[in-house]
Design a binder for this molecule. Sequence first.
Ligand SMILES: [Zn+2]
Length: 226
Amino acid sequence: MFAFPIIGFWAVLAQRKIQEIMQIVKLRNNSSIPEWIAGMLTHICDFARISNPIIVIDQSDSIAANAKFIFPLGFVLRLTKKAVEGLNPDELETLLAHEIFHIKRHSLPFAILNFLSEWTIFGSGFLNLAQNSKEMEYDADRFAVEWLGSKGKGKDILVGLLDKVSIVNSIGGLAYSKGAMNFIRPEHNPGSQSIHKFIDQLFFGDIILSYLHPTINDRIAMIEGR
Ligand SMILES: [Zn+2]
């Protein structure tokens, strides 16, 4: 009796996954990565002792980056055009270092947990609540500081970067990424539309509500050892 709805759900999920893969392939084909950014990435990956991920630049209107394991492509580092244009080279390098550490340590376990929660109908990211995403952010920040130190540069560059990135909405001491908040804030989705959008995101979205960032102030305090 329950087989048909589940198969329907899986079909939609599979279709969304294929769309995501196609989108990355399209971005990869359409945007060439400036040589200086590719060089920077290789240096950081050597330092982290991992192989280079796929890197793509999208047109999003915020300064941000994210790292994700996408089957069957592998690790994908997504950088916004605004980050390339709005950050100085030191800040961009620091942002890449933070994401590279996620690829080294977090992206694969995260993808596996997410796969299990999505395909068993718990909803996108549900099992990731078992992970300490706040600590994951601190770890990636510590690695970025270590990378800066190896180049003879100070942690003030990371602090400066955190002032510019788009992770700003905080609730109860934790911060959501900017995009993650858009669909649950009523001013963006008035009326009954928001619940549909919420369910859609919960089951099929790539926005993961269970992944909480520490606030920028908490991150700066950690970096500065306060
Ligand atoms: Zn992070």
